[in-house]
Write a protein that binds this ligand. Structure first.
Ligand SMILES: C[S@@+](CC[C@H](N)C(=O)[O-])C[C@H]1O[C@@H](n2cnc3c(N)ncnc32)[C@H](O)[C@@H]1O
Length: 310
């Protein structure tokens, strides 16, 4: 047994002791098959206690199925065994690492690719050799470039219904990863969310390249899950059920923008609707309308801002 592995087994015992002494949070509340698989793995893996219930919920539907599961970051091999134990013998499990020693796990039935996750050429070659995958989990180097390049390169190769998972996203808030900053991974993830909302037809915005693959995004403590489903990535259209109208007044803005200003705005909108659009009165009315809307929004946003609680 190589020295590294001996050391790893010792380290693992220490980790187990600390978990037993201080049982925590989600691990206390529910019995998790993935945590059993984690403890059962013969080689070292270090995960946070908040990760297991997330993976159990997201990945349980895939248990027992013929899926391709890719993990970036092999380290001591512990998580490869955990995934195999949890997902079952039908899963094709692929590990990726920069460290060529990771190849040793091929003798245990895992497929191993050696390469740099920050290198788009590596991903191009990987996709050409492996094809589409069901799940990719990034637990590699955790830098912004590594995490972002991984999801950008692999999003087109995740099957519909599949997942792109990024672990340890707390790196986006840590100085040793050059964060926080405008180009952190979490900023990138929020940009994907902006692009998803940009599918609403009247919102004009440029789209993040992931928007054509990602139907939704789930955020957890230190984990981001991109749900891939291209059929759901469409521009929505308004519909009506054609039911009877009672011509009810729309009170949407009265509450937040102040009743008197709301009424004045409605009056302006109604009063000038019969005018020729190019007439001076119509244009002045429209300007006043937008000015009122702007002032109302600023006032309401100040109140909303106080609710952020910072
Ligand atoms: C946190 S460890 C992975 C732990 C493992 N997934 C587990 O749970 O047991 C991170 C691994 O990522 C690898 N790594 C770091 N930078 C990388 C890169 N640019 N490309 C590929 N792998 C990288 C390291 O060699 C290391 O083995």
């Amino acid at each position: 047994m190589p020295a590294l592995v001996k050391f790893s087994v010792c380290r693992k015992r220490r980790v187990l002791v600390s978990l037993e002494k201080k049982p925590q949070d989600a691990l206390d509340r529910e019995h998790l098959a993935i945590f059993d698989a984690y403890l059962k793995s013969p080689y070292l893996s270090i995960k946070h206690t908040s990760y297991f219930h997330v993976y159990e919920r997201l990945l349980k539907p895939l248990v027992g199925r013929h899926i391709t599961f890719v993990e970036v970051g092999v380290y001591n091999g512990g998580s490869l065994f955990m995934w195999r134990e949890f997902l079952g013998p039908n899963a094709r499990i692929i590990g990726i690492d920069l460290n060529p020693l990771a190849k040793r796990w091929e003798s245990e039935g895992f497929e191993i690719f050696i390469g740099n996750q920050a290198d788009p050429a590596f991903w191009k070659d990987f996709a050409a050799r492996v094809g589409e995958v069901d799940v990719l989990l990034d637990d590699g180097g955790h830098s912004n470039l590594q995490q972002i390049q991984t999801v950008v390169s692999m999003a087109p190769f995740i099957k519909d219904g599949g997942l792109l998972l990024v672990e340890d996203t707390h790196a986006s808030y840590m100085m040793q990863f050059g964060n926080p900053g405008r180009h952190s991974f979490m900023r990138f993830a929020f940009d994907v969310v902006d692009s998803i909302n940009g599918r609403f037809p009247t919102i004009k915005s440029s789209h993040n390249s992931l928007a054509q693959h990602v139907s939704s995004v789930s955020f957890f403590e230190s984990i981001v899950a991109f749900h891939i489903n291209r059929a759901d990535c469409f521009v929505s259209q308004p519909t009506s059920n054609g039911g009877t109208t009672l011509d009810a007044t729309d009170y949407r803005h009265h509450e937040t923008r102040g009743r008197s200003i709301g009424l004045l705005r409605d009056r302006l909108a109604r009063g000038y609707s019969g005018l020729a659009p190019e007439s001076f009165a119509a244009r002045a009315g429209a300007r006043l309308f937008w000015l009122l809307l702007f002032v109302q929004s600023r006032v309401a946003n100040r109140r909303a801002g106080k609710l952020f609680g910072r």
